[in-house]
Ligand binder design. Structure first.
Ligand SMILES: [Cu+2]
Length: 160
């Protein structure tokens, strides 16, 4: 049974990797990103990315772009109702009020990794750089979940 031992080792390394912050909360410039995750996806396809972004600063900020080495481009998307159909459309930015937070989740605001140059496999971590108007660049790692994770209703399948 090598798998559980390897998993324990990986968790131990992660916990002692020299980072003062827990993996789930990656913070820079008053911006804290919690529970960043993505759905498993195939090479050449698109992948949804989700997280909670908190602005702990006293001034409003905006997420203006994102990029990842695994995707040709990363778009910021909103989900809007069009009659009986939910559609996604790109947005220029995602506003973060002072002392506020925004939840990127299935069925709502999210990031779309477009043109994946490799598959996103459950259990791996994928780097993404978020660019904020004021806070600048914030690097996060998406934890890749199963293809069905999150559903449309939210993120009840996510560990907390
Ligand atoms: Cu989308």
């Amino acid at each position: 049974m090598p798998a559980p031992a390897l998993r324990r080792l990986a968790l131990t390394l992660a916990a002692t990797g020299g980072l003062a912050l827990p993996l789930a909360a990656q913070e820079a410039g008053g911006i804290a990103v919690e529970q960043p995750w993505a759905r498993a996806a195939v090479q050449g396809g698109v992948g949804g990315a989700f997280m909670r972004i908190e602005n702990r600063g006293a001034a409003a900020d905006r997420l203006v772009s994102a990029s990842s080495p695994v995707a040709r481009t990363v778009e910021l998307h909103a989900t809007v109702r069009d009659g009986d159909v939910m559609r996604m459309r790109p947005v220029q930015a995602i506003d973060l009020p002072a002392h506020g937070a925004v939840q990127l989740q299935p069925g709502g605001l999210h990031m779309m990794l477009i043109g994946l140059n490799r598959p996103l496999s459950q259990g791996e971590r994928v780097p993404v750089t978020l660019t904020f108007e004021h806070a600048g660049s914030v690097a996060v790692e998406l934890a890749v979940q199963g293809a069905g994770a999150g559903g449309m209703a939210g993120h009840s399948a996510m560990p907390r």
